[in-house]
Write a protein of this length. Structure first.
Length: 486
């Protein structure tokens, strides 16, 4: 059968087709889970992330020292192989988790590791933040998702080149160099807000300068070690990114709104799970991106009966995906048959449709004091969705005596904020991990940029009373640029 060619770029006709078909920013299937258990699983830990990061970075530094001291010996090449895997490979999952802001409880620690890992991978920090937000909104939607590794029909013969990273690595560096020069390509401009372009350019200039410094040092010393330790590992270690990464979505369905159809969960051995930061539980991650990597195995146990059976090993995953890629190279419409999808009566949708968050006609439909129930009915650090008339609100209990009420939908992608994590007076969006200050409505973490309406409320006689006709304006003058919270 003749393969059908599609345009996978974000600036082509498939983008428009996806939007017209209702696939862009659409609702996604979500399984039921006990609310208390989900909040428990979303708990962040500096200690766990610090331990794992120290093991990873400590291994890289130790290998670098041994390589320098033993150069050039018979075991230098095996050492470089392992060094590259940790540097240009295992950095991928650290980049991913810290980019979501879930690895550490501390935002500063997440940001530091995110930038280190971004450099190791030659991933432009700002561009890939926004690319990954889009990936979670429009997972494997053609024309919308920039992270589709194998456009259909895939070329199985090019797989060795993909693993070697000798093509994609230099391509990524060249793109970074162009962006550093201020030349933003059409695909990047599709998902990166114009207000972020300056940040993108500055970051890329720093990254290019560091690589150029390593090259210059090698030339001055007339020795390969500087570029073998900084720069080139992004290429020769990139095979590990591909080794793990293609198990996520390759060969599965496009243009569907159920992660059980386009994403895999694969059981892996403890070493692989450490290198990959438990991202082998990938369906679970897409369903609940607010759950940190260390809790994904526990999340899997909670919801596995709602998911297709996990593949038993990495080998089984490769057997399935390589077979699918071979079939799709001949027939791009071919899908993996008999993927068992359980029926889940209590499932829901995790994201509402785009559009006006509050219809204009409803903005004055609700006025005056509204009783939102007993204070003791909501636990400290928890949120509750409140639908009143045509509008949706979120009620939060910040402490024993302090409560807050906001519009119920995130200003970025209209996810229900009552399903997010509430921590230290901040709510985290359950879809893209953006954050708002619940006392001012100020956006605190990308991708949210517009403030959230906060309404006056108080506790009267043990009950929560809100004035939904009046918002409390945010006090910061720089709301258009989200701040990173500690």
């Amino acid at each position: 059968m003749t393969a059908t060619l599609r345009d996978y770029s974000l600036a082509g006709p498939e983008n428009r087709r996806a939007r017209e078909a209702g696939l862009a920013g659409a609702p996604w299937w979500k399984p039921p889970i006990d609310e208390d258990r989900l909040v428990e699983l979303m708990t962040r830990s500096n200690a766990r992330a610090a331990r794992d990061t120290a093991l990873w970075l400590g291994g890289i530094i130790a290998l670098a020292v041994v390589i320098v001291l033993s150069w050039f010996s018979w075991y230098s090449l095996p050492l470089l192989f392992v060094y590259g895997a940790l540097y240009g490979g295992a950095a991928d999952s650290r980049w991913h988790e810290c980019g979501h802001g879930t690895a550490f409880r501390s935002t500063a620690a997440n940001n530091v590791v995110y930038y280190i890992a971004s450099f190791m991978l030659w991933r432009e920090p700002t561009m890939w933040r926004w690319s990954h937000y889009r990936h979670h909104s429009d997972t494997i939607i053609v024309g919308r998702d920039a992270e589709i590794i194998f456009p259909r029909p895939p070329s199985v013969r090019s797989l060795p080149l993909t693993f070697s990273n000798v093509v994609n690595g230099p391509r990524m560096f060249w793109r970074m160099t162009k962006h550093a020069a201020g030349l933003i390509d059409a695909d990047a401009a599709d998902f990166i807000p114009a207000s972020e372009h300056r940040r993108l350019i500055v970051e890329d200039r720093i990254f290019v300068a560091v690589v150029a410094g390593a090259v210059a040092l090698s030339l001055v010393l007339w020795h390969p070690l500087p570029v073998l330790l900084v720069g080139l590992p992004s290429i020769y270690g990139g095979w590990l990114v591909v080794f793990f990464g293609i198990t996520q979505h390759a060969g599965l369905q496009e243009d569907v709104l159920d992660h059980r159809l386009n994403t895999r969960t694969v059981y892996m051995n403890p070493l692989f799970r450490f290198l990959y930061s438990n991202m082998n539980y990938h369906i679970e991650h897409h369903l609940f991106p607010g759950v940190p990597y260390h809790a994904l195995p526990a999340l899997h146990e909670e919801i596995k009966d709602s998911l297709p059976p996990a593949l038993p090993s990495t080998r089984a995953a490769y057997r399935e995906l390589l077979g699918a890629l071979r079939q799709q190279s001949r027939d791009s419409a071919w899908e993996i048959p008999d993927r068992p999808i359980p029926e889940v009566p209590d499932a829901s949708l995790s994201l509402v449709d785009h559009g006006p968050i509050v219809p204009e006609a409803a903005q004055t439909a609700v006025a005056g004091q509204v009783d939102l129930g007993e204070l003791d009915a909501i636990a400290v650090g928890r949120a509750r969705r409140c639908d009143i008339g045509e509008r949706t609100y979120a009620l939060y209990r910040l402490s024993e005596t302090e409560v807050a009420v906001s519009d119920g939908l995130c200003t970025h992608a209209a996810a229900h904020l009552a399903e997010g994590l509430v921590l230290d007076g901040v709510v985290e969006c359950p879809k893209h991990n953006g954050r708002f200050d619940l006392r001012t409505g100020e956006p605190l973490r990308r991708p949210v940029k517009d403030p959230l309406n906060i309404y006056r409320c108080e506790v009267v006689g043990g009950r929560i009373v809100a004035d939904l006709s009046t918002t409390e304006p945010a006090t910061d003058d720089s709301l258009s640029q989200p701040k990173e919270t500690p």
